[in-house]
Ligand binder design. Structure first.
Ligand SMILES: *[C@@H]1O[C@H](CO)[C@@H](O)[C@H](O)[C@H]1NC(C)=O
Ligand SMILES: *[C@@H]1O[C@H](CO)[C@@H](O)[C@H](O)[C@H]1NC(C)=O
Ligand SMILES: *[C@@H]1O[C@H](CO)[C@@H](O)[C@H](O)[C@H]1NC(C)=O
Ligand SMILES: *[C@@H]1O[C@H](CO)[C@@H](O)[C@H](O)[C@H]1NC(C)=O
Length: 136
């Protein structure tokens, strides 16, 4: 749905920078309705997949709630997100769908962390790049 509307605009940006004419990166825009933002959802899936790959917890973590998020046009989209993540009951090593992974209900397994991640998406190259990821 989005694609039809968004792609030509992004192509225009790509074209402008490709021809050497200065392209103006936009300012970061605060996303109000984070849960319904497809770009943030994609960026989050990507960041959480990287997080789960890098940690040696036996369970999968996923986002519990978003604190805030911005999007900025820079040869694509740069998403900056702050979110609270929690440990789910899904074990790593098996295919899973984040949607079907409930959070751990009880201590001591119901851990939470605050994560900050920056994901850069270049839709016309089908590229997703994790620029930073920090959870504490
Ligand atoms: C967020 O978006 C959804 C669907 O587009 C809508 O139903 C909901 O009311 C929105 N929430 C806010 C706080 O704008
Ligand atoms: C989100 O990901 C889906 C599936 O890969 C893709 O079709 C869609 O264009 C993406 N949207 C955004 C805004 O990144
Ligand atoms: C996580 O690991 C899986 C399996 O090795 C891989 O397919 C996937 O691309 C990785 N995700 C990220 C974001 O690194
Ligand atoms: C994001 O939300 C957290 C928690 O509500 C808050 O502490 C932080 O200052 C916010 N950051 C920005 C950039 O708005």
């Amino acid at each position: 749905m989005d694609r039809i509307l968004v792609t030509p605009i992004l192509f225009a940006f790509g074209f402008i920078s490709f021809t050497g004419i200065q392209s103006q990166p936009g300012h970061p825009i605060n996303i109000v309705n984070i849960t319904n933002n497809e770009g943030i959802q994609n960026a989050t899936r990507f960041a959480m997949s990287a997080y789960n790959n890098q940690t040696n917890d036996i369970f999968v973590f996923k986002v519990k709630r978003f604190n805030n998020a911005t999007v900025q046009v820079v040869k694509g989209y740069k998403y900056v997100v702050e979110a609270v993540i929690g440990r789910t009951t899904c074990r790593k090593g098996k295919p899973f769908n984040f949607k079907d992974c409930p959070f751990q209900p009880k201590p001591p397994l119901n851990r939470e962390f605050v994560c900050y991640y920056t994901v850069w998406s270049i839709p016309w190259e089908k590229k997703w790049i994790l620029l930073s990821l920090k959870c504490q």
